[in-house]
Write a protein that binds this ligand. Structure first.
Ligand SMILES: NC(=O)c1ccc[n+]([C@@H]2O[C@H](COP(=O)([O-])OP(=O)(O)OC[C@H]3O[C@@H](n4cnc5c(N)ncnc54)[C@H](O)[C@@H]3O)[C@@H](O)[C@H]2O)c1
Length: 250
């Protein structure tokens, strides 16, 4: 019987790559996103993907989408929570509403998805949840306080859920991507500036290049799989070496 996997943020970037990879490997995949056009693009791929247009800040909407998936397929094996936004700004300059919107989408969205998924997984006494942190949740870059705080919170939430539901055989782990080639990475960059910026960012990485979304998707797929059967409460860094490197050269 195929696994049933729900992926939030499936309209774009890493969430899309994860939805496609899990489908390619045989899962029934339900992609959630607020971007209906992007979701349609994901669903138009050669791998079958079911979709539900939902905003992850809407707890009732998330619960309805996940309950509907379980009603159709009888089970929920995997939840991946990739949906996020990252509105920039220092706290004395960023409108409070943007701080709140970022925390609500990133941390609150992860909470809403996990809260809707856990009862189904507890009933089955089995499940795997993969959340998304970020290098910026561990090391600060200027002007991303809200995003960094929310991403750091996701790592704490991941550990808490891992401990709370270990006895129910639900594993909960976090992937920590570094710079990855997605629309979020290049948000606000002029198309004309992109090649030079891309070359500079690639050169800054210890491995000499940023990640392709499918490289992060493969890490997610590992954490969601039985290959990771003893892994829970972990954060797996997939950042090309960025956080391993000292910031001084002596
Ligand atoms: N790209 C990077 O360099 C990078 C680095 C570290 C972490 N991440 C994390 O990886 C994950 C995927 O990011 P990405 O780079 O693919 O970004 P992306 O912008 O390409 O995709 C994010 C998706 O989330 C959706 N989304 C945002 N807010 C939503 C909401 N409230 N409800 C439903 N859907 C919503 C968007 O519509 C979009 O489809 C995110 O959690 C991000 O924080 C990305």
């Amino acid at each position: 019987m195929p696994r049933v996997s729900v992926v939030s943020g499936a309209a774009s970037g890493i969430g899309r790559a994860t939805a496609l990879l899990l489908s390619e490997r045989g899962d029934v995949v339900i992609g959630l996103d607020r971007d209906a056009t992007g979701l349609a693009g994901t669903a138009a791929s050669s791998h079958p993907i079911e979709t539900a247009v939902v905003d992850v800040t809407d707890s009732d909407g998330v619960r309805a989408a996940i309950d509907a998936a379980v009603a159709r397929h009888g089970r929920l094996d995997v939840l991946v929570t990739a949906a996020a936004i990252g509105l920039p700004g220092r706290i004395d300059e960023q409108p409070e509403a943007e701080w709140q919107a970022t925390v609500d989408a990133v941390l609150g969205g992860t909470y809403n998805c996990a809260r809707a998924a856990v009862p189904h997984m507890r009933r089955a006494r089995s499940g795997a949840i993969v959340t998304f942190g970020s290098v910026i949740g561990r090391t600060a870059i200027a002007g991303f306080a809200a995003y960094g705080a929310a991403k750091g919170g996701i790592e704490a939430l991941t550990r808490a859920l891992a401990i709370d539901y270990a006895a129910d055989n639900i594993r909960v782990n976090c992937v920590i991507p570094g710079s990855t080639d997605t629309p979020m990475m290049w948000f606000g960059v002029d198309a004309a500036d992109l090649p030079a910026l891309r070359a500079r960012v690639d050169a800054e990485q210890p491995l000499g290049r940023i990640a392709d979304p499918v490289e992060i998707a493969r890490v997610v797929a590992f954490l969601a799989s039985d290959e990771a059967s003893i892994v829970t409460g972990a954060s797996l860094v997939a950042d090309g070496g960025v956080t391993a490197r000292a910031s001084v050269s002596y």
